[in-house]
Ligand binder design. Structure first.
Ligand code: MV4
Length: 445
């Protein structure tokens, strides 16, 4: 096992990784920008290294500075968290070239899944269900027209280098196809320097359901069930649950069996998440994330496992000590992402936190790097706390969430706490009756 790990991240996720290391007897190295010198992730780590000025490109994305920090502190492995360098195949390669272990998948797997066309091609060959569409990249508008005629309108033109909603254009009929084709390619070229596009049938009212997987370096692959992440606005998730209100054990087991068998063939390693759209009782793969995700805690709560410890163990070469049938799903978990934003306009609201009180009690978990007197800097993501509840069933989890939200205090900055309080009171949310479009309409009314 490693004796020292460098955590190449900040905020709540840096703290999350530190906690796993601490419990495993592994020393931690925090890295930070000059704006984060007094941040909680720096305070709690065993050692810390300043890696640059506030702008992320000069600090948390500064590969040379991070590798130097690992070398001078004698760290043996790097955990990238989420965001920043976590899905950068070049970074993973450079970490390994420096004789360090990258706590994540291989650079090759990161690269494949970063190209949405290559990811779909891989999943197609492994028998994972896909959204109907083109078999690969489309060379011409005529090709796009032919595929659209086969799958029927509406269709989406998507950028191969896209993901997270960027470089995506819908065409409701043949008249709109040329425009969608042109705009998607222009945007993709401008945003990613790559105008490769593909086409999919547009699903108009899907849920976003994702499957958490974990693989060791010895060919063992398991899944930890699904998360329903449909409650989002402008591709920013607000609330996630495990399990999905619409899935039963049979549907979960069937999808899980297909996916784990496929990833075993692919030689996948470490943690990953497959994203699906779910509509009319069918799953369709869209993308795979090759990192630990923000919403991993809901999975941890229902499975009773520590995903970060598992990532560290498999990265150190240990075999999974259990099989799929040993993984049990108990109760229901819900996570609220609390951000430093105006709860109505979503304008960022950085600044000094004058009071902070985290809720507690049975089945309540708060992952946050906040403390009273801390100043939320304006340079980074606005996530300031994840409130996670776990209870025997969904109705009790909602009751617990309502109670925990009412106890929580973050003063001095605006946060989305009031929005979460309104969502939990909504009868449609309480019935689990929502798609990816629900939250935008809720916010509008
Ligand atoms: C789709 C879709 C409907 N049909 N693909 C958005 C981001 C990227 N991850 C994929 N996305 C979508 N792909 C087909 N064929 C609708 C979306 C989509 C979406 C997906 C998941 C979560 C939130 C979303 C919000 C808007 C659109």
């Amino acid at each position: 096992m490693f004796s020292k790990i460098l955590i190449a991240n900040r905020g709540e996720i840096a703290l999350r990784v530190h906690r796993a290391c601490q419990e495993m007897g592994i020393r931690t190295v925090a890295v930070h920008s000059t704006a984060d010198a007094t941040a909680m992730h720096v305070r709690l780590a065993d050692e810390s290294v300043c890696i640059g000025p506030p702008a992320a490109r000069d600090s948390y994305l500064n590969v040379a500075a991070i590798l130097s920090a690992a070398t001078i502190t004698g760290a043996e492995a790097i955990h990238p968290g989420y965001g920043f360098l976590s899905e950068n195949a070049r970074f993973a390669e450079m970490v390994e070239a420096h004789g360090l272990t990258f706590i994540g998948p291989t650079a090759d797997h990161i690269r494949i899944m970063g190209d949405k066309i290559a990811a779909k091609t891989a999943m197609r060959s492994l028998g994972v269900p896909l959204v109907p569409g083109s078999d690969g990249a489309l060379a011409t508008l005529e090709e796009a027209r032919a595929v659209a005629d086969t799958v029927k309108y509406p269709v989406l033109i998507k950028a191969a280098a896209g993901g997270g909603g960027r470089g995506m254009k819908v065409a409701h009929s043949e008249d709109e196809l040329e425009e969608a084709w042109r705009v998607a390619r222009t945007e993709a070229k401008a945003a990613f320097g790559d105008d490769s596009v593909y086409l999919e049938k547009y699903l108009d009212r899907p849920r976003h359901i994702e499957l958490q997987v974990l693989a060791d370096n010895h060919g063992n692959v398991v899944h930890f069930g699904e998360r329903d992440c449909s409650l989002q606005r402008r591709h920013q998730k607000l609330l996630e649950e495990a399990g999905s209100p619409v899935l039963d054990a049979a549907a979960r087991d069937a999808l899980g069996a297909t996916v784990t068998a496929g990833l075993r063939k692919l030689g996948y390693r470490n943690a990953g998440t497959l994203e699906f759209l779910w509509q009319d009782d069918q799953f369709a793969f869209i993308e795979m994330n090759t990192r630990l995700q923000v919403e991993h805690p809901v999975t941890e709560m229902v499975c009773g496992i520590d995903l970060v410890k598992e990532q560290i163990r498999v990265a150190a070469g240990q075999a999974l000590g259990y099989a799929q049938q040993d993984i049990r799903f108990t109760g229901h978990a819900i996570e609220c992402r609390i951000t430093a934003e105006d709860p109505e306009t979503f304008a960022p609201s950085p600044g000094r936190v004058t009071q902070y009180h985290a809720p507690g009690g049975l089945g309540v978990r708060v992952d946050s790097a906040l403390y009273a007197g801390y100043t939320v800097p304006p340079h980074y993501d606005s996530l300031v706390a994840k409130l996670v509840v776990h209870a025997p069933n969904r109705a009790e989890a909602i009751g617990r969430l309502r109670r925990a939200l009412s106890e929580m205090v973050i003063a001095g900055i605006k946060t989305t706490l009031p929005l979460h309080q309104r969502v939990v009171e909504d009868p449609e949310f309480q019935a689990g009756d929502y798609t990816i479009h629900w939250l935008e309409r809720f916010v509008a009314r």
